[in-house]
Write a protein that binds this ligand. Structure first.
Ligand code: GUN
Ligand code: ZN
Length: 444
């Protein structure tokens, strides 16, 4: 029955703070033999098995993942479900790649297609240990319905929205300020705060919206202040002069979003590679988050996100990790952590795996305004977690048996791990994906 308590036992990590601020030792909690007890979709106890075994509800036998690693479910802070079919599209940098990708998004006029892709996209998230995602649908309102419905079937928590675009894209993908407002309003009524779903108002990026449309987006946000805002910023260098020419009265790219009331807590801006220090500071002070998408940035050659600069100083930016499917080439936050490490290294920075795991879990929760709800496996939080297998491949097994600290084990997992290293994924306290089961996806 859905209400039966569940429990898992095994090595466990979680974060009680941001390690960029406090240092790793104060932020990371590691239980060599941990226990998580879940009831009604929430965590009721988390800590050492020896201390908590007496709290197991009568008849609840913990699933013992010995030799594995239980982590908070991964949070993908920026992805496009409608671009699943566009992964590994050949092309040049962003402008050229985007033209090809629009063709893929046009197919979402067909509701049956949207449903099929939404279903396989959610399965792929679970297969990679991702339990929450902030997702772009297409311009078609029912593409957002399809994603919310498929996520709900799997017990996942998603935030998503239909795209707003009323210029500089193919006619088949354009709406208008009024239509985007009306369709998004009814999607908010249908989905925002319903079950685990959240609505994100999703103007694609400044170049594809008129000032009128961004004004309408800001008005909708003001009318529904608990929704999220999700868009792109300063990804490709050529965007910046383009935005200046389209919005001559504004003082740069970030000021466009600021002017229309689109910044603040629960706003997630994807990329932000080329933000100025003043723009980063303004994001930090306004509570606006940036989703760092290193796989996408490397694939498209967009540039190297300045993570160290973003996280240092008196006003560090809230940064999360995004796969940015389909410009990103992997659904795995583990591989995204590896790419973040490589990008940092190319900027003369060394990103350790404690910080990477933070960015992929609690950092994502903070960006989405959900730090009290998910991301750190504390009692009272929703029970989303992932079980990693350090022996998943011969190479991983060879490497991780030499790891004698949790930091080194995490690092090996980020450099060598991918979907194969995800043994199981739990959403709201229930097993949603089991790599080794005959039917791995429980919703099927
Ligand atoms: N900027 C505006 N739209 C997109 C998109 O779909 N993908 C990426 N990577 N950047 C964008
Ligand atoms: Zn994107």
């Amino acid at each position: 029955p859905a209400s039966a308590p569940t429990a898992v036992r095994g090595p466990l990590i979680r974060f009680r703070a941001d390690p960029f601020r406090t240092g790793n030792a104060d932020a990371l909690v590691h239980e060599a033999d941990g226990l998580l007890i879940c009831e009604g979709g929430r965590i009721t106890a988390a800590g050492p098995y020896a201390a908590l075994r007496d709290r197991l509800p009568p008849g609840t036998e913990p699933v013992h993942y010995s030799g594995h690693l239980i982590t908070p479910g991964f949070i993908d802070a920026h992805t496009h479900y409608v671009q699943k079919e566009a992964i590994a599209a050949f092309g040049a940098q962003l402008p050229d790649w985007l033209d090809r990708t629009y063709v893929t998004e046009e197919r979402f006029a067909d509701g049956a297609h949207a449903r099929r892709v939404a279903s396989s996209f959610c399965d792929e998230l679970l297969r990679n240990g991702t339990t929450t995602a902030l997702v772009f649908a297409s311009v078609h309102a029912d593409s957002a319905d399809a994603l919310f419905e498929e996520a709900t079937r799997r017990g996942m928590r998603v935030a998503a929205g239909k795209v707003w675009m009323d210029r500089n894209a193919p006619d088949a993908l354009l709406d208008t300020a009024q239509r985007a407002y009306d369709e998004s309003s009814s999607l908010i009524q249908r989905w925002h705060g319903k079950g685990r779903n959240l609505y994100a108002i999703t103007p694609r990026f400044a170049p594809t919206s008129t000032p009128d449309q961004l004004e309408a987006a800001g008005a909708l946000r003001a009318a529904h202040p608990t929704t999220l805002v999700h868009t792109h910023i300063s990804e490709h260098r050529d965007e910046i002069p383009w935005v200046s020419s389209l919005f001559p009265d504004r003082d740069g790219y970030l000021d466009v979003y600021d002017h229309y009331g689109l910044l603040g807590p629960r706003t997630v801006l994807a990329h932000g590679i080329h933000l100025t220090p003043a723009e980063r500071d303004h994001c930090a002070r306004s509570g606006t988050a940036v989703a760092h998408c290193p796989s996408s940035n490397l694939y498209l050659g967009s540039g190297l996100f300045p993570l160290r600069e973003a996280k240092e100083g008196d006003h560090p930016l809230t940064v999360a990790l995004g796969t940015d499917i389909g410009a990103g080439t992997s659904f795995a936050l583990l591989q995204t952590m590896r790419d973040a490490h490589q990008v940092a290294k190319l900027r003369d920075h060394t990103l350790d795996a404690v910080k990477s795991f933070y960015l992929a879990t609690r950092g994502g929760a903070e960006a989405l305004g959900l730090a009290d709800t998910i991301g750190s496996l504390t009692p009272g939080q929703e029970a989303d977690f992932t079980v990693l297998d350090p022996q998943a491949t011969p190479l991983l097994a060879d490497r991780t048996t030499q790891a004698d600290t949790i930091e080194d084990l995490l690092f090996a997992l980020t450099i060598l791990g991918d979907d194969r290293a995800v043994r199981a994924t739990y959403t709201a306290g229930k097993l949603a994906y089991d790599r080794d089961a005959e039917t791995p996806f429980m919703a099927d």
